[in-house]
Design a protein around this ligand. Structure first.
Ligand code: PBG
Length: 321
């Protein structure tokens, strides 16, 4: 045998020399769940180790995470039914608790990268990402609402908007609205290839945002398809997206690779709630080691081509360093 691949695996020092992929806390964005009120910190029952925080507790959490080296956060609000309506009006009320908290976070921690989600679902009485009429999603009417929501979030100091709604034309529409209002510096990380996935289940528990009827298959992508991801990515590039995102991550590593091989902007992957909870559930049974599973998962997402990973494991990963 002339070629023995095991020679490059013979010791830790040789293995580390030939290691191709490395993980850094700087690659990670930590998603956080916000609730109204004060002095509240409650664990999400389907996501062990992940909490819903009121503003005061969230500020403390961010400070703690920053000490561990995390510098990017994505904040998602959980709204009570009483504040939801069919047009997601609360999403662009400048005094709503979500926007007040974003403003306060940026005031206290101007150096962090603050990200937010642009979609109607947390504020919609229908629980859908777009405007519903007679059981149908109205794409172009939704854009107007997303535009208002985006402006309100940019005005609150968000650094990167994350349109997660999958309406056609939304990246360009939002880019125009931002530019017309002087928010040239607000970035857009498009949820380019967002699949209609079962793995969002625990997130919808965390936000009480499950759709009230039907599913999201007329706007989120079919898990059977990859070519559509190229159409979505072409459009996002034309429309001015600064980052492309693939979501979920683990069942879509081929899509992450496809986009990172073909587009020059950074590709992000969302390691979603169900992917987190599966690991935690198995670990709770003693069936696998949560820490090693986390490291292997994050590494595989990075290896497939993601520069950035949104993950509920961010704090746990940061603690290891
Ligand atoms: C809402 C949104 C969802 C997630 C991020 N933004 C859920 C959905 O589309 O139903 C899922 C994130 C996760 O599961 O961790 N537009």
């Amino acid at each position: 045998m002339q070629r023995r691949p095991r020679r490059n695996r013979k010791s830790e020092s040789v293995r580390s020399l030939v290691e191709e992929t490395s993980l850094s806390v700087k690659d990670l964005i930590f998603p956080l769940f916000l609730i109204d009120g004060s002095k509240k910190k409650a664990e999400v029952s389907s996501m062990p180790g992940i909490f819903r925080f009121s503003q005061d507790r969230m500020l403390k959490e961010i400070e703690e995470c920053m000490k561990l080296g995390i510098s990017a956060f994505d904040v998602f609000p959980a709204y009570p039914e009483s504040l939801k309506d069919s047009r997601a009006t609360e999403s662009h009320n400048p005094e709503t608790f979500y926007l007040r908290t974003l403003r306060e976070i940026k005031k206290q921690f101007p150096e962090i990268c603050l990200m937010s989600d642009v979609a109607m679902d947390p504020y919609s009485s229908d629980g859908h990402d777009g405007l519903v009429k007679n059981g149908k999603i109205l794409n172009d009417e939704t854009l107007e609402i997303l535009g208002r929501m985006s402006l309100a979030q940019a005005d609150a100091g968000v650094d990167i908007l994350g349109p997660s709604d999958m309406m056609d034309g939304r990246v360009g529409f939002i880019r125009n609205v931002l530019d017309e209002n002087g928010f040239h510096e607000t970035s857009i990380m498009s949820y380019t290839a967002k699949y209609a996935s079962v793995f969002y289940g625990p997130f919808r528990d965390a936000l009480d945002s499950a759709p009230k009827f039907g599913d999201k298959k007329t706007y989120q992508m079919n898990p059977a398809n990859s070519k559509e991801a190229l159409i979505e990515a072409d459009l996002d590039m034309e429309e001015g997206a600064d980052f492309l995102m693939v979501k979920p991550a683990l069942s879509y590593l081929d899509i992450i690779k496809l986009l990172s091989d073909n587009y020059p902007v950074p590709v992000a992957a969302y390691n979603v709630s169900g992917e987190y909870s599966m690991v935690k559930a198995a670990a709770a049974q003693g069936w696998l080691d949560s820490e090693r599973a986390m490291l292997e998962i994050l590494l595989s997402i990075k290896r497939s081509g993601a520069k950035i990973i949104l993950t509920y494991f961010a704090k746990e990963f940061a603690r290891l360093k």
